[in-house]
Design a protein around this ligand. Structure first.
Ligand SMILES: *Cc1c(COP(=O)(O)O)cnc(C)c1O
Length: 420
């Protein structure tokens, strides 16, 4: 149903109801003013044009009101995180009470492990997928060490089989069959940052729970990309960042999900701060800690409004496009990319991302045998912004908010040229 031609790509763009959203973003340009082919939303999402207005509003309120801005600003700062909750909850398929924007991803991961990783003498191990993102691996190892557990003993890797790139669900089943009663926590990055594999969240969660484990997900590459349906799928917690697919600016704040079943459980251990305390008595200052129900109860600090306002600008853009529409376009864009890459008919190329759209987001991880980083450099010189992962993989992520079918077409043409 796809054709390998520029006309075809243009026709797809012309009939795309989301095509106009591209104009709502700043697209980086080359030195002659041409749009670069930006396929790197998995690393840093582009800036919505409205972001600067939203930030200016906060700066103006701060100038006009000083401290009174907490209550007097048009978007008062005191409850500012609440303006983000509804859309963020929609994006990850959660109830609003289950979601909060706070801190950054790795910080939230630690906070969640403080609560949901409670090792005992016999149940103390953590399962992660073997090629977890380095920060996640460091965080998990440090949690094990914090509890005086040697990571060599405490960490179980869910690995792809010899000669394969992707993790198979059967092998997760086997791990749990063999070690289920020793596992305290399952922590999986979905979508995997390297292969682009999206794991079956519900199946992983149900099986983990059946074996008495807590289950959490790192959605750094999932949030704003796939629909993780967190409430229905039922993991205990999830964490994500907002600077990748959620276009909220470099190093912007992260998101955190705590399932409703834990919302009012005050027996859960946690590291706390005043922002997680009952809103009505927070400023009385002398009360015993009284956790807010739901995910908000894990907040620590008075948050950075300037970062949150960039998230609000981005979420307003998501809400206007509609997440279901975005996901539909995303599947089409990536299928088109896959078709064009296959049509290069180049034996050096191997797409390691799953072929089934249900098992991936927008990213394709394209392995180019015997290539090195020069390939990436040449692509960059050809006006393609992509991302290189050693030893031989380019990650290409066409995002439905600002990428076009034409972008995808030009990318494969330029890849072809560089490879020859
Ligand atoms: C991007 C990414 C991170 C980054 O964590 P920060 O705390 O935001 O720096 C962590 N984990 C995964 C899986 C990522 O993809």
């Amino acid at each position: 149903m796809f054709e390998n031609s520029l006309e075809f790509a243009k026709k797809q763009d012309a009939s795309d109801s989301l095509a106009s959203f591209r104009n709502k973003f700043h697209i980086p340009k080359d030195s002659s003013g041409e749009d670069l082919i930006y396929l790197c939303g998995n690393s840093l999402g582009l800036q919505p044009k409205i972001t600067s207005e939203y930030i200016q509003e906060v700066l103006d309120d701060w100038a006009a009101y000083g401290v009174e801005g907490h209550t007097e600003a048009e978007h008062a700062w005191l409850p500012y995180h609440e303006y983000l909750t509804k859309t963020m909850a929609t994006i990850v398929g959660a109830k609003p009470s289950e979601v909060v924007v706070m801190n950054t991803l790795t910080t939230n991961l630690h906070l969640m492990m403080v609560t949901f990783y409670q090792p005992t003498k016999t149940r103390y191990k953590i399962i992660v997928e073997s090629d977890a993102f380095p920060s996640d691996k460091y965080a998990v190892e440090s949690q094990l060490k914090f509890h005086n557990i040697d990571p060599k003993d405490g960490l179980i890797l869910w690995k792809p089989r010899e000669g394969e790139e992707l993790c198979r669900f059967e092998d997760y089943e086997t791990l749990l069959k063999e070690h289920g009663d020793e596992v305290a926590l399952v922590l999986i990055g979905s979508t995997n940052y390297y292969t682009g594999q999206s794991f079956p969240i519900k199946k992983i969660t149900d099986l983990g729970h059946k074996h008495g484990c807590k289950v959490g997900f790192d959605l750094a590459h999932g949030a704003g990309n796939i629909q993780p349906n967190l409430h229905e799928n039922g993991p205990d917690f999830a964490v994500w960042c907002t600077y990748k697919y959620i276009n909220s600016g470099p190093g912007s704040l992260g998101g955190c999900f705590v399932h409703e079943r834990h919302a009012n459980n005050n027996d859960l251990k946690r590291f706390v701060g005043w922002w997680g305390h009952n809103k009505t008595t927070r400023f009385n200052m002398r009360h015993e800690f009284d956790a807010l129900p739901g995910a908000e109860g894990w907040q620590l600090s008075n948050p950075p409004i300037l970062s949150m306002t960039a998230i609000r600008a981005s979420l307003d853009t998501f809400a206007a496009a509609g997440f279901d529409n975005l996901r539909k376009k995303s599947v089409q864009l990536t299928n088109f990319l896959e078709f064009l890459v296959d049509d290069l008919k180049d034996d050096r190329i191997n797409i390691i991302t799953p072929r089934n759209p249900e098992e991936r987001g927008c990213q394709l991880s394209i392995q180019v045998k015997s290539a090195d980083k020069n390939l990436h450099t040449e692509l960059t010189e050809a006006g393609v912004i992509s991302d290189w992962r050693e030893p031989d993989v380019i990650r290409i992520a066409p995002t439905p908010l600002y990428n076009s079918f034409e972008d995808v077409y030009h990318f494969t043409q330029r890849l072809k040229k560089v490879l020859n």
